[in-house]
Design a binder for this molecule. Structure first.
Ligand code: CMP
Length: 227
């Protein structure tokens, strides 16, 4: 394995592997750049590859019955996607779009399936990640169906904190909060509701907003209030 493949070590399903194995995986895959706003894969098409985000940020979305975009989640460096349709042989469950210029590692289906056969540690790690995603989807489904505007917005903030937040000086910091129209698509609400609710949270002293940075001042209390 050489230095440019270090990113593989950060990926949960590959983190336990030897340098040799990581080197092999890097050779199996192709690195490809995607410009901001380009579509990487479309919902409903047949899946033929597995993807790892080396650099950048992508959004997973679906179109609801009334034609609105619903963002399922946003993935960052070291996250992966595309495993579902190559495992169950059905179509892609979501559309994936680059939110910034991004570089991805692409592993073709056959190669990925061979990896799972050859290394039970990768298969188990993949199952653990799938369980984590299912839990997150369950929590989101429950909270979005039950809660008022504050609950919906808080759920999305907590999801982002979990995905990309960092604890800094005792507070949970989300350094680059997505645009308000994207937050609205994630929360199943309008951009105006996002704006109003974030200001309400700020007035209540729950969060601080500074440009695109959001700080949850007392993360434990925030979770208790909204979880
Ligand atoms: P696949 O269906 O092949 O293509 C779209 C990918 O988006 C899917 O595999 C998963 O990797 C990912 N995905 C779909 N739904 C979710 C979700 N709710 N949370 C996280 N990732 C998802």
């Amino acid at each position: 394995m050489n230095e440019k493949d270090d990113f593989l070590r950060q990926i949960p399903i590959f983190s336990q592997l030897s340098d040799d194995k990581l080197g092999q995986i890097s050779k199996l895959g192709t690195r490809k750049n995607f410009n901001k706003d380009s579509v990487i894969l479309f919902e409903h098409e047949t899946g033929s590859a597995f993807f790892v985000v080396i650099l950048g940020k992508v959004k997973l979305s679906r179109v609801s019955d009334d034609g609105k975009e619903v963002i399922l989640t946003i993935l960052n460096k070291s996250d992966f996607f595309g495993e579902m349709s190559i495992l169950d042989g059905t179509s892609r469950s979501a559309t994936v779009t680059a939110m910034e210029d991004s570089e991805l590692l692409i592993i073709q289906r056959n190669e990925f399936i061979n990896l799972l056969h050859s290394d039970p540690d990768i298969s188990i790690a993949l199952l653990i990640e799938l369980a984590r995603k299912l839990r997150a989807a369950d929590i989101k489904l429950k909270s979005l169906s039950l809660k008022d505007a504050e609950g919906k917005v808080a759920t999305v903030i907590l999801q982002l904190a979990d995905d990309i937040g960092k604890i800094k000086q005792g507070a949970m910091e989300i350094e680059r909060l997505p645009f308000q129209h994207d937050l609205a698509s994630m929360a199943g609400t309008s951009r105006e509701t996002i704006s109003r609710t974030l200001h309400t949270f700020a007035k209540k002293g729950l969060v601080e907003l500074e440009g695109s940075r959001l700080r949850i001042l007392n993360y434990e209390k925030f979770k208790e209030l909204f979880n």
